[in-house]
Design a protein around this ligand. Structure first.
Ligand code: ADP
Length: 269
């Protein structure tokens, strides 16, 4: 199983829109110039993937994005022998391609992947910068420009699925959170086409829903969901219906909690 693998090649001119929350662009830039691997920590849907896509374009490097899942193994990243037209041929996985090409490899939600994945990352994240491929006997030195970026959501996994210190301490780590309300309003308005005035109320509601995290809700509403709600409203859906579908239903299945959240909506709109 390959996970979802995505190759992007973009230049600075068509870098995807990203509004910085602080000095993360400068930090990422400095890390990339010094061959340091980067770990992005933060809740789902707060802009980590967009940030990496933006930075890859700014730096003019190809980007291989792998959405990790619990079945993803080292072989999915490195490659495997496949039968092609009666012949067995070696096919590089996305990590190997990135190592050879000097690309950025982004492992999204890396803690979800199988344990053997972290073993592969170790020799790539110290100054050796090599990828040993046991199956072919090759040992590939990372091409200039290769950068390993991984993300995880510290608040969400169970305790068994956290990164081990021996792995974590190989990365420069950056913490992400939901953007401050004024920034989030600009982001949501830009992504959805809804006016900033109307977006501001959605962002206020998102703040209230996030404050309930840990009480009634496991996760606060993500920027992604606020964008969904704004997009539905911009396309003519009534506000309450759009908010219910995009910002409430995805958060909980519990009928009482849902009713409580809908009351919050009525209080704000
Ligand atoms: P994550 O990788 O943290 O789960 P994403 O990067 O996919 O989250 O963010 C979800 C969506 O939120 C993006 O597709 C983008 O539309 C929007 N977004 C979040 N933060 C920003 C930001 N700082 N600038 C621009 N868009 C953002």
């Amino acid at each position: 199983m390959d996970g979802h693998i995505d190759l992007q090649r973009k230049g600075a001119a068509d870098a995807p829109f990203y509004l910085a929350q602080g000095d993360e662009c400068a930090l990422f830039h400095a890390a990339s110039e010094n061959d340091l691997p980067v770990l992005l920590k933060g809740p789902t849907g707060c802009g980590k993937t967009r940030f990496v896509a933006h930075m890859a374009a700014q730096l003019g490097r190809p980007l291989y994005t792998v959405a990790c899942h619990d079945d993803l193994s080292a072989a999915d990243l490195i490659g495997r022998y496949l039968l092609k037209g009666g012949e067995t041929v070696w096919v590089d996985g996305p990590l190997t391609r990135a190592v050879r090409e000097g690309a950025i490899c982004y492992l999204d939600e890396v803690v979800e992947a199988r344990k053997d994945v972290t073993v592969v990352l170790h020799p790539l994240t110290d100054d050796r910068r090599i990828l040993p491929i046991d199956r072919t006997g090759e040992e590939i030195e990372a091409a200039p420009g290769f950068m390993l970026v991984a993300s995880y959501n510290p608040g969400y996994q169970n305790i068994l699925k956290t990164l081990k210190p021996s792995t974590r301490q190989r990365f420069v780590a950056m913490e992400f959170d939901f953007p401050a309300p004024d920034l989030e309003t600009r982001i949501v308005a830009q992504e959805s086409g809804l006016s900033e005035d109307r977006t501001a109320a959605l962002v206020r509601l998102a703040g209230k829903l996030r404050a309930l995290k840990g009480q009634d809700l496991e996760e606060g509403v993500s920027t992604r969901l606020v964008i969904y709600a704004a997009t539905l409203i911009a396309r003519g859906m009534p506000v309450e219906r759009a908010v219910e579908a995009a910002m409430i239903e995805p958060l909980t299945d519990d009928a009482d909690t849902k009713r409580g959240l809908l009351d919050l909506v009525t209080a704000i709109f």
